[in-house]
Structure formats: C-alpha cells, structure tokens
Design a protein around this ligand. Structure first.
Ligand code: HEC
Ligand code: HEC
Length: 470
C-alpha cells in the first residue's frame, strides 16, 4: 500500500515537473524549430507569429493551429481551415511539417505572446569582438592599497606613542622630577592635569591596539574586502593616534621646560634672510669663527676645517632612506605596485586586446565587394554551426537541398564566387531565400558562406541555375 502511494506521488511529482519543463522551454523550442523562418514581430520567410494564435482563436479555428504547425500541407489539402488557405498565399514556400506536440506548440505561443522586444538592437559587432572590460579598477583593490598604507602608518604611530609614553613615564617617575614638582607645589594642578591626560592617553592607546589587532587579523585573509567605511574607520584611528602623538610631544616639551632652568636668551646679531637660508642649508661656519673648527694638522700650509655635513645633503640622504623604505614596502612587501616584468606583461596584454579589437573592427567591414574565402578551421567550424542552426531547415544537413537548392553541386543560380554567396546569404532572394544581414554580422556571414563553398558534393536536389562552376 505504501509503495503504491509512493509511486502515485512520484508520478504526480514527475508529471508536474515534466509539464513544467515543457512550459518553460517555449523560448528554446521557438529558437531551434521556428526561428529559421519566423521572427516574432516581423515577417521574414514565414509571417510574424505575434498575435497569430489570437487570430486563429478569434476565427474559431484554434484547433486547426496545431494541425497547421504539425502539418500545414495536410491541413490545406483537407480544405477544412479557411484561415489555412488564406495563409498559404503568404509565400510560394510551404511551411514544412513540424514534429512538435500540442503542449510544445502551446509553450511556443506562450513564449511568443509574452515576448517583449529588447529596447536596444544588439550591436552587430558585439558578437565576435573581444569585449575589453572597462578598466573598472575594482574599488576593493584600491581600497586595500590605501588600507595597507594606513595600517603601516598606524603601526608607526603606535611605536611613536609607546616610545613617547615610555619616556614620559620614566621622566615622571624619576626622583629629580618628583622633587622639582614638590618645589613648584603651587603648580600642583598641573601635575593632576598631566597624570589624568597621561592615563587618558594610555587607555586611548589600548583602544587603538584592539582596533588594529582586529584589522591585522583580517589582513591575513587574501580576500580582504575593504569597504570605504573601513577606510574611514582606520583613518579616524590614525588621526586620533596622531593627535595623541602630538599631545605627548607637547607634554614632553612642557615637562622638559619645567625641569630645565630657563636659559637666558643671547642677543642674536641681525643677519639677512639670504644669509639665514644659506646658513640653514649649508651650516657653514662664518669665516671669522673658522678657527673654532680648524683641525690641528697642516701640510705645506694646507689646513683642514671640520665642517658639519651640509644639512641640505643630510636631508637628501634621509629622504632617500625614507623613500627606500616606502619603495621596499610598496613593491616587495605589500606588492601593491607591479615590478617591471609584471607591469610589462600587463601592458602587453592590454595592447594585445586593443589590437584584437582593432582587427575585429576591421573585419566587420566585410561586404559583398571584398568578402574572401575563409580557410581557418575555427572559421569553418563557426560557419558549420551557423549552417546547422539556420540553414538545414531548407538546405538539409549536407547542403543537398530541399526547400532551397542543392548547395554542393556545380550549378548555381546566383554564382559560386565567395562574394556571390556572401551576397545571396546576406540579402536573400525574391524566391524564398531569407536575408541574414539582420541576424548575423558580416564576419558570421562570411564564415557560413565559406563553409557552404567548402561542402563536399552530396546527392540531393537536381542542379538548378545556369551558372556552371569551372
Ligand atoms: C522552413 C521554414 C519554416 C519553419 C521552420 C516554420 N515555419 Fe511556420 N511558416 C512558414 C511559412 C513559409 C509560412 C507561411 C505559409 C505559406 O506561405 O504557405 C508559415 C506560417 C506559419 C503560421 C501561420 C501564420 C499566421 O499568420 O497565422 C504559423 C502559426 C506558423 N507558421 C508556426 C510555426 C511554428 C510554431 C514553427 C516552429 C515549430 C514554424 N512555424 C516553423 C515557414 C516555416
Ligand atoms: C526558409 C528556407 C531557407 C533558409 C532558412 C535558407 N535558405 Fe538558402 N535558399 C533558399 C531558397 C528557396 C533558395 C533559392 C532562392 C532562389 O531561387 O531565388 C536558396 C538559395 C540559396 C543559395 C543560392 C544557391 C544558388 O544556387 O545560387 C545559397 C548560397 C543559400 N541559399 C545559402 C543559404 C545559407 C548559407 C543559409 C543559412 C544561413 C540559407 N541559405 C538558409 C531557402 C532557404
């Protein structure tokens, strides 16, 4: 009993699935069985199919529609359908019988009636051209770069804070400072201020560490997706840390000032701005004071001065150190920027794509005046699949001909040159060969035309036409 119920259930489910499958496949059926001759909203070899079902139903011949599709000649021959007779005048070509069930026909017309034309015609070139994705540098990649740098900055700031705080702590704990503070007990408020801010700073520091700890954990995962909000967060942390560093520095100098006795400022002689700048850049000792840096050796009256290194040079040296640090992290640690070989490869790839784009754009300029025979295996196989999907309905699989003439014999109606065949396929003819320029781009037409001319002789329709191939 149980098995029976189960079987019934299974049948129902499978049955439902099957119907559903059919219902969903209207588009596929239409494209594979009808699209060679019919378009939905335009007449081509056959009339447009939009509204056809409604027309038949309105005429009270809804049932005949199935018969028509399954075998139109039989229906016309039976003389039953008035509509069928009328339609048979549409073109000299008869619609061949289609092996489709009633359900499939329903599915096809469901698809046709629910069809909404695309607003934009597909660009003819879009089919075979290489689509170069617009260099939409994924924001995430850029974000990660910024994030990495901010992270390095965070580390530097934290180190600075630890160093500064350590120094301050030792300074505060030192007996000398305690005594000093006692001596200026009137300024006891100052101490409270310093200590409270110090502890505030310490807790702030701790916050920053946890924050960064979390960030560091994430950093290990290669798919780290840094959102803009994350960037803002780490930037905010950095700013807070920077403020802390500056504040600590300020505290440090204040404490130093408290400890150190005030130096009586010496009178500085007035010097010109140029001399000042020069002094800052070269740190040269004025001639009148050179004796202070004279070294105590002398050879044949030649003496040596022990000048400091010129600051401009020292700064330059420091700058190279900083630069090399940034360079190292950038290229070798984080790998944010590409090394030469990688950068070269990348550029070559972009250029290759551009060349391909250009060539395929050029290829699209093919027409019946300059079409050439294609011999590449890839082109011919592309032609073969176009032929199989679009031409066999009338010319049959080997091109031996049925509704359309035999394409493999040596006799032609419109010519056997690749340019002639290109033109026939592209523009169609008055006697039933449909045009294909609206379906395919020039390259595709060239491919299928080349394929047709490469077909081996096949027994089929008797030769038609008066142009004999040499
Ligand atoms: C080989 C070409 C060809 C194929 C494939 C083909 N048809 Fe047709 N169809 C025609 C032609 C031609 C006519 C017009 C009849 C005539 O001129 O004799 C037609 C007419 C029709 C009509 C009548 C149109 C009207 O206005 O009422 C319907 C419906 C129809 N086809 C449905 C289909 C369906 C559905 C399929 C796919 C399962 C299909 N056809 C496949 C060539 C084709
Ligand atoms: C709806 C049926 C139909 C389809 C689909 C069709 N053809 Fe034709 N084709 C014909 C008919 C009919 C002729 C004869 C035209 C004439 O006599 O004017 C023909 C003629 C030709 C000719 C000229 C033959 C000669 O002797 O000069 C070529 C080439 C050709 N077709 C290629 C193709 C190719 C390639 C495709 C597919 C892309 C295709 N056809 C699809 C019906 C069709």
């Amino acid at each position: 009993m149980k098995t029976l119920t189960f079987n019934i259930l299974l049948t129902v489910i499978l049955g439902a699935n099957l119907t559903f499958g059919w219902a969903a496949d209207g588009a596929g059926l239409f494209k594979s069985r009808c699209n060679t001759c019919h378009m939905i909203d335009k007449n081509s070899t056959g009339p447009k199919l939009q509204g056809a079902k409604q027309k038949w139903t309105d005429a009270g011949e809804g049932d005949f529609l199935y018969k028509w599709v399954q075998n139109s000649t039989e229906l016309i021959g039976s003389g039953k359908g008035a509509l069928a007779k009328e339609i048979s005048n549409f073109s000299p070509t008869a619609m061949p019988a289609q092996a489709v069930s009633n359900e499939e026909i329903d599915a096809i017309f469901n698809y046709i009636d629910s069809y909404v034309p695309p607003t934009e015609l597909k660009d003819a070139t879009s089919d075979t051209t290489v689509v170069v994705d617009p260099v939409k540098a994924t924001n995430y990649k850029g974000n990660l770069t910024i994030f990495n740098w901010l992270f390095v900055l965070t580390l530097i700031l934290i180190i600075a804070i630890i160093v500064l705080a350590g120094t301050l702590m030792t300074l505060m704990k030192s007996d000398y400072f305690k005594n000093k503070l006692k001596a200026i007990s009137t300024k006891a408020n100052m101490l409270i201020l310093i200590i409270t801010t110090g502890s505030f700073m310490m807790s702030n520091n701790a916050y920053a560490l946890t924050f960064v700890g979390a960030g560091e954990g994430e950093k290990d995962s290669p798919w780290l997706l840094v959102e803009t909000t994350d960037l803002i967060a780490i930037l905010a942390i950095d700013i807070i840390l920077l403020i802390v560093v500056l504040y600590l520095r300020h505290l440090f100098y204040q404490m130093l000032a408290m400890v150190k006795p005030k130096v009586v400022e010496e009178e500085v002689p007035v010097i010109s701005a140029f001399k000042k700048v020069n002094q800052v850049l070269t740190d040269a000792v004025p001639i009148e004071e050179e004796h202070t840096i004279l070294m105590d050796h002398e050879y044949d009256g030649i003496q040596e001065l022990d000048n400091n290194l010129p600051p401009w040079w020292v700064w330059g040296f420091y700058a190279t150190i900083v630069f090399s640090f940034i360079y190292l992290i950038n290229y070798h640690v984080l790998g944010v920027s590409d090394l030469q070989i990688k950068a070269y490869d990348k550029e070559m790839k972009v250029a290759e794509k551009e060349v391909k784009m250009y060539l395929s754009k050029m290829a699209m300029n093919v027409d019946e005046s300059n079409a050439t025979m294609m011999t590449d295996a890839s082109d011919l196989s592309a032609g073969a699949s176009i032929f199989a999907a679009n031409c066999v309905a009338c010319h049959l699989a080997k091109g031996q001909g049925e509704i359309g003439p035999n394409l493999t014999d040596h006799t032609w109606i419109y010519g056997y040159d690749i340019k002639d065949v290109f033109k026939t396929v592209k523009n169609g003819t008055a006697n039933g060969m449909p045009e294909h320029s609206s379906k395919f781009n020039p390259v595709q037409i060239q491919q299928v035309a080349s394929y047709v001319l490469s077909l081996p002789a096949a027994k089929g329709l008797a030769p038609q036409g008066s142009i004999i191939e040499k």
